[in-house]
Ligand binder design. Structure first.
Ligand code: TYD
Length: 206
């Protein structure tokens, strides 16, 4: 630990097509420009092993339990080798998706038991959670329109139907309602610039 102050942990969430990855990159650049040490990372992925698991998760047909376990296996590596060390030395970790995505996609989308997922989260993360989560929210119909226009080769998740994404979105909004201090809902229908102003204001007041 360099300064005795734990860094900040920020995650970006939302259904596919919400535009969060663009804003993730923008925030990373912005924080870097302010002279902070920023670790930009993503899930599934974030480590060499995690990126291999990501490739499997996005391409291969598998049982829904296998999918959940691989998501958490990748996360375990990520937390241990990237996130905890970065926070301990005072860096800001800005992560494109984290454990809320498992609650929303594997829980809401696939229908896996929330109790099981919480047990996995407890086992693999202990009490580590993001300090702040931006949830990019928009109607599923609009997200799918954006997604279909921007993604010529959709992955296994991006090929899901509207009903799947409705369940994912509903679960994300339930998490936001349960933890309003941590999870800030961003209206993803707004322009890139309007969203950036919102993010900036939230970070500044945080
Ligand atoms: P995503 O951030 O959408 O990658 P990209 O923008 O490059 O397509 O993440 C890939 C997919 O993984 C996404 O459809 C959601 C899914 N996912 C889960 O189902 N559970 C999880 O725990 C995580 C982290 C992601």
């Amino acid at each position: 630990m360099t300064n005795g102050i734990r860094g900040r942990f920020i995650s970006f969430e939302g259904i596919d097509g919400a535009g969060k990855s663009t804003q993730h990159q923008w925030l990373v650049d912005r924080l870097n420009a302010q002279g902070r040490e920023v670790v930009a990372t993503r899930e599934p992925g974030g480590t060499p092993l995690g990126e291999k698991l990501r490739a499997l998760l996005l391409a291969e047909t598998m049982h829904l339990d296998t999918e959940a376990l691989l998501m958490f296996a990748a996360r375990r590596e990520h937390v241990e080798s990237v996130i905890r060390p970065a926070l301990a030395r005072g860096a800001w970790v800005v992560c494109d998706r984290f454990v809320d995505a498992s609650m929303a996609y594997q829980g809401g989308g696939r229908g896996l038991s929330a109790v099981r997922l919480r047990d996995l989260a407890q086992w693999t993360l202990g009490d580590l959670r993001p300090d702040l989560t931006f949830l990019f929210d928009l109607p599923v119909e609009l997200a799918l329109k954006r997604l279909r226009a921007a993604t010529p080769n959709p992955d296994r998740f991006e090929r899901e139907q509207a009903e799947f994404f409705e369940r994912v979105r509903a679960t994300y909004l339930e998490i936001a309602a349960a933890e309003p201090h941590r999870v800030r809902v961003i209206d993803a229908r707004l322009s890139l610039l309007e969203i950036q102003v919102t993010l900036e204001n939230i970070i500044a007041s945080y």
